[in-house]
Ligand binder design. Structure first.
Ligand code: ADP
Ligand code: MG
Length: 227
């Protein structure tokens, strides 16, 4: 499937993203608050208390997972839109994910080349963190995630390919839909965040996946051409 050229006003997309972040994190915290209040009651059994505690912990874990999907690179004041060095930013993301990949027995294989585009580096990193992390998580026993950069006259394309379990047609169609997740502890927000960021930066994307074979995500942005 491919991104449609939905041209929302840039600012609108950015503020929508900010609004969803606080909304998404407030939800689990509200549940925690409710259960903490219930736990203050004097007449509840140790068993019930234990149950409440477990629910609260699950919800706090969920809040952390949501923060990972949205705000891993967030700074108090977002950086300006400026020249962004694709290979450097991808290197940072890959370095950050290496310990996680090693833990899963997954190799990350980069083939990077220099390319400069326009955009916010912190959003760019979040976008590829989510995509590469999904690639790592898709690998069940062993395999690799390949991250390649291709440059042509006017565009740069980042290709993330994994040797993971792949997706069914139905799953492909739902890619990027909020809360769609096939993982036990998934948020179903990572792909949506990535797609919003790609569109915000005038990019396009294409997803190809085959059950049992793996998944390839191609993301293309306009190059920042030297004058
Ligand atoms: P989460 O990772 O929390 O489940 P995402 O929004 O990141 O949520 O991804 C949504 C769903 O899309 C995943 O649960 C998975 O089913 C599917 N998916 C995304 N990327 C891949 C991939 N590389 N390989 C297989 N399935 C994927
Ligand atoms: Mg994810």
């Amino acid at each position: 499937i491919r991104s449609e050229a939905i041209k929302l006003e840039k600012m609108e997309v950015v503020s929508q993203l900010a609004a969803s972040i606080s909304h998404e994190i407030r939800n689990p915290l509200t549940v925690v608050k409710g259960f903490m209040q219930l736990m203050k009651a004097k007449d509840i059994s140790a068993e019930t208390k234990e149950q409440y505690m477990n629910i609260a912990l699950e919800e706090l874990n969920r809040a952390c997972a949501i923060i990972d999907d949205y705000l891993t690179f967030a700074k108090p004041f977002p950086e300006k839109i400026q020249p962004l060095h694709v290979h450097h930013e991808l290197e940072k993301v890959i370095d950050m994910l290496r310990p996680f990949a090693n833990m899963q027995g997954v190799q990350i294989v980069p083939t990077l080349m220099p390319a400069t585009m326009k955009g916010n580096a912190q959003y760019f990193r979040q976008c590829f963190l989510n995509i590469i992390k999904n690639g790592i998580e898709a690998i069940e026993s062993s395999g690799a995630v390949y991250v390649a950069v291709h440059v042509d006259e006017k565009t740069v394309t980042i290709v993330v390919r994994d040797e993971g379990k792949g997706m069914t047609k139905e799953q492909i169609a739902r890619y990027g839909e909020p809360y769609f997740s096939t993982k036990e502890k998934g948020t179903g927000l990572g792909a949506m965040v990535s797609i919003r960021i790609i569109e915000m930066m005038d990019g396009t994307w294409a997803l190809e996946s085959e059950k049992g074979r793996g998944t390839t995500m191609k993301v293309t942005f306009p190059l920042l051409l030297e004058k």
